[in-house]
Design a protein around this ligand. Sequence first.
Ligand code: AMP
Length: 195
Amino acid sequence: MIEIRSVGVFCSSAMHVEGVYEKAALELGEALAQHQITMVYGGGAQGLMGKTADATMAHGGRVIGFMPHHLREYEEPNWAITEMHMVDTMHTRKRLMFEHSDAFFVLPGGFGTLDETFELITWGQLKLHEKPIIFINVNQYWDPLESLIKNIFEQHFAKPEDKNCFTFVRSVSEAFQALLKTPEPPSPEHIGELV
Ligand code: AMP
């Protein structure tokens, strides 16, 4: 099994989503703290990401955030976390989140969530890493995306082995089950360098 000490969390920055999503964010934060897994994220105080971070902290966990300076115009940094780092660009944020995370959980979110997640899926496709990426399909939110991905494979727009780059689960507890039974990658020397 790979050792998981930290998980990058991608999820919504939106404030007005249904309660079922907030419940999952709180559950995820509590579970990260219980498993003594550090949460790594974009550092915002609002939306599902802020809720997850606050819940992790409230249950005695550790949270690291990376926010580009220019984003302060739109998003309030969450100063109540273990380490809040202001960085120069979105790309620096993504690189640091990647480097500090052993795996990734994807709760429901919008374009930002999709952007961050698909960049890492494509890095996996290019064999730049083998870190697990787990979509948590709360309230069947990701069903249309799962259908699209199925179509991508059926129509041969991705190779069958690319299915190994990510997993869909239905709940926070299933996400931890999937994460904690992830086998060791076979040969780290084949993993490429990120540029
Ligand atoms: P959203 O899913 O649209 O609510 O966005 C979730 C988070 O993704 C927000 O905190 C955004 O700052 C972040 N985000 C959006 N686009 C990017 C990007 N290109 N690179 C890194 N983070 C992003």
